[in-house]
Design a binder for this molecule. Structure first.
Ligand code: FA5
Length: 346
C-alpha cells in the first residue's frame, strides 16, 4: 500500500500541474479524495491490514489526503486570481495601467496598520484568513464555549438578522471554522493563523467605543504550545508596531474560550499614562486580550485537547491604530472625514 501511496502522490502532482480551470480542479478532487476517490479507497483498504503496517499506512494515507486537500485549496485561489485577471483583460471599458489624472485615493489608517501586522506575522509563519461578518449564533457563541444561558453573552450584545444570524461581535467567531478547515497540525508544524475582521456591538458610543470596529485575532495550535509562546509573540507584535518600548501590563482576564485568560493593557500613549477621556482616566487602555485556548473549544473544532494546546489573542485593531497615530476619538475612523484620515497615508 505504501508504494501505491507514493504513486498516487506523484500522479496527483502531475495532474494538478496540468489544471487550467475550476472544473478540472473539481474533477481531480473527486477522483482522489471524493467518496469513491483513489485515496479514499486506500483509506477503506486499511481494514485489511493489521498491526504496525496498519498504523503506518493509516498515518501515510491521512497525510496524503491532507496534503491533497491543502493543495486543492491553494489552487482554488490561484484559479480565482487567474479568472479575475482574465475578466479584467476582457473588459474593454477600463485600462488599469493609465495613471490617474486626479486624486489617487489613500489607504485607511486601519488598513495600513492591519497590513503592517499581517507582514510581521507572515514572517513568523502565520497564514492570513478571512472571517465572515455575518455569522451563525453557534460560531459566534456556542463554538467558543459560550452557551445560550451563559452570562458572558451579555457582554457582547449585537445586531440580529431576520434569518437568526448575527453580525459577529468578535473575530473569535472564526476560530471553529478555521480549526475544522486545517484540522490537527502535523508534528513540528503548529497551525499559525491570523484572522483580522470587522466586528459589531450594540454599544454606548464614546471616545474608545464604536458599534463597528476592527479586531485582529491570532491563533497557534500545536503539541507543545505554552504561555511562553503567547507572551513572546505579543512582545514581538507590540515592539514591531510601536518601534519603541511601550509599557504593558498583564492581568488575569475572563473569557469563556480561554483558560487561563489574560488582559494585556497598554500605557495610554495619548496622555502618557496621566489619564484622559480615551483611557477613561485610568492611564491604561485595554488592547490585547489573550490566553490558552479552552479544551472545549479545541474539541468543538475537532482537535484533540489531550494532545494539542494553543494560544489565541484578539487584538483591538482600531484601538491600536488610535494609540499608534495618537487619535483621541475612535469615532474619527468611521467618520469619512478625508481631511483627517489622509494624514496617516504612507
Ligand atoms: C474579545 O472580543 C475576545 N474575543 C478576544 C479574545 C480572543 C480573548 C482570543 C482571548 C482569546 P473583548 O470583548 O475584550 O474580547 O474585545 C477585544 C478587544 O476589542 C478589546 O480589548 C478592545 O480593544 C476591542 N474592542 C472591544 N469592544 C470595542 C468597541 N466597542 N469599540 C472599539 N474596540 C473595541
Amino acid at each position: 500500500m505504501l508504494d501505491n501511496l507514493v504513486k498516487l502522490r506523484e500522479q496527483f502532482k502531475q495532474e494538478l500541474e496540468a489544471v487550467e480551470i475550476r472544473e478540472e480542479l473539481e474533477s481531480i478532487r473527486i477522483r482522489f479524495i471524493g467518496k469513491k476517490g483513489l485515496v479514499t479507497s486506500e483509506l477503506k483498504n486499511l481494514k485489511n491490514l493489521s498491526g504496525d503496517m496498519k498504523k503506518q499506512a493509516g498515518k501515510e494515507v491521512n497525510i496524503l489526503k491532507n496534503d491533497i486537500e491543502q493543495s486543492i485549496i491553494a489552487y482554488q485561489k490561484i484559479i480565482a486570481d487567474k479568472e479575475y485577471l482574465a475578466e479584467i483583460e476582457k473588459s474593454e471599458k477600463y485600462d488599469f495601467t493609465i495613471p490617474s489624472r486626479s486624486n489617487m485615493g489613500s489607504l485607511h489608517p486601519i488598513t495600513i496598520i492591519q497590513k503592517e501586522i499581517e507582514d510581521i506575522f507572515k514572517t513568523m509563519g502565520f497564514i492570513v484568513e478571512d472571517g465572515l461578518e455575518v455569522q451563525t449564533e453557534y460560531n459566534n457563541f456556542e463554538a467558543v464555549n459560550i452557551p445560550s444561558d451563559h452570562p458572558a453573552r451579555e457582554m457582547q450584545d449585537t445586531y440580529y438578522l431576520d434569518n437568526g444570524q448575527l453580525l459577529k461581535t468578535h473575530t473569535s467567531a472564526a476560530q471553529n471554522a478555521i480549526m475544522k478547515k486545517y484540522g490537527a497540525p502535523e508534528p513540528g508544524k503548529p497551525l499559525r493563523v491570523l484572522f483580522p475582521g470587522r466586528c459589531f456591538r450594540n454599544e454606548n458610543l464614546d471616545a474608545s467605543h464604536e458599534n463597528t470596529f476592527f479586531q485582529l485575532e491570532g491563533m497557534m495550535i500545536g503539541e507543545d504550545i505554552s504561555i511562553s509562546n503567547l507572551i513572546y509573540f505579543m512582545k514581538v507584535l507590540l515592539s514591531e508596531v510601536f518601534k519603541t518600548d511601550v509599557k504593558v501590563r498583564l492581568r488575569p482576564g475572563f473569557f469563556p474560550f480561554v483558560e487561563p485568560g489574560f488582559e494585556l493593557d497598554i500605557n495610554c500613549l495619548i496622555c502618557g499614562g496621566d489619564g484622559c477621556s480615551t483611557c477613561k482616566h485610568t492611564g491604561w487602555l485595554e488592547l490585547l486580550p489573550c490566553g490558552m485556548i479552552h479544551p472545549n473549544v479545541l474539541e468543538l473544532g475537532g482537535i484533540n485537547p489531550d494532545k494539542y494546546t494553543g494560544f489565541a489573542f484578539g487584538l483591538g485593531l482600531t484601538r491600536l491604530a488610535m494609540m499608534k497615530y495618537e487619535i483621541k476619538d475612535i469615532r474619527l475612523f468611521n467618520s469619512g472625514n478625508l481631511k483627517q484620515l489622509k494624514q496617516f497615508t504612507i
